[in-house]
Each structure stands twice: as C-alpha cells, then as structure tokens.
Write a protein of this length. Sequence first.
Length: 203
Amino acid sequence: MSMAVVSLLFASCNDSKKKEAEEQAKAEQMRMEREKDSLLKVEADNQARMAEMEANSIVAKAMGNADLSTLVSALQAADMAQTLKAEGDYTVFAPTNDAFSKVPKATLENLMKPENKAQLQKLLQYHVLQGKMNTVAVMAKIKEAAGKLDVTTMNGEVLTLSEKNGKVMIKDAKGNTATVTSADMEASNGVVHTIDKVLMPKM
C-alpha cells in the first residue's frame, strides 16, 4: 500500500472521528439546552403557582375586607403576614375592626409597639389553628365532643368551641366568649371565620 493511500485513509479516519465528536458535542449542547428550558418552565410554573396562592391567601382575603383592616395592621406589626401568605392549611378566627375597638385603646397601642412584638405575636397566634376547619367540620367535632371542643392554637394555648343557636362560640383563656359572625371565607391556604371579640390568651 502506497504512502499516499495510507495518508488518505488516516486523514479520512481523523475526519470521521472529528465529525463524530462534533455531533456528540452538538447533541450534548442540545440536551443541556432542553434541560435548561425544562427547569426554567418548572421555575416559571412554580412562581406562577406561588403568586396565585398568595393572591388568594388568608392575608390577601383579609386585606380585601375593609372590616379586617386592624387585624391586617396587627399581622404586619407582628411580622406574621408572611406566615399566613405561605403554603399550608390554617383556620383563622379573625376579629373585626369592631372587635378590636372593644380592646382598650392604650392596650392595643402598646401591643403594636416594636418592643412588644412577641406579645402581639402570641395574641395573634391564639387566633390561628393548624389545619383547615370549615363550619360543617367545626360543628361536627363539637357534636362529637359532647358540646365542648378544646382546640390547641398556634401559640400552644387552648380555646373551647361550642354551639349556640346555630353559631360557633369561642371561649378564651380569660373566660370571655366570642361569636363567629361570618364563616367560611375560603383562602388558598385555609379558611377565615370573623369573630366579634378579640380572644385573650394567658399572656
């Protein structure tokens, strides 16, 4: 075999290997781009889902209700708004503006101060249950508990639920009783029931 033929075969072999390497590199680049596009789509979908959830969260529902503006201010002062925007299942007993107006003005103003954030958080957490309970579920559990249902709130203290004239009644640690005035405000991360008194923990 002449040197010319050997050289030609060698060059042809090199070209073939080079072409194969280029094709492999191109295929790998395309695969990486597809993976990147797929990850970007997943991230975009997650962001859209989170945005939709927050737009329909407990906090968003409260912000859209003019009668809960004091509660919204309290949640923001206590740095709890983000908690009730997040994913989860919560039941919130939401005091109306009228309910907050029954709390002595000096007491409420004092709780809103930055140095009393821990106390305010404890107060607000006393209005939140882990898990979603609509009125039907609450009434059923009250019946199962022979008329008085003790539930543990987010701050670890207990509320006692009962029924009177078809309405849910809530007794706090101080012996005060609030009435659910408007029930079953559905949110993406739970349910809100408005009440006519601020529930007081032991503090």
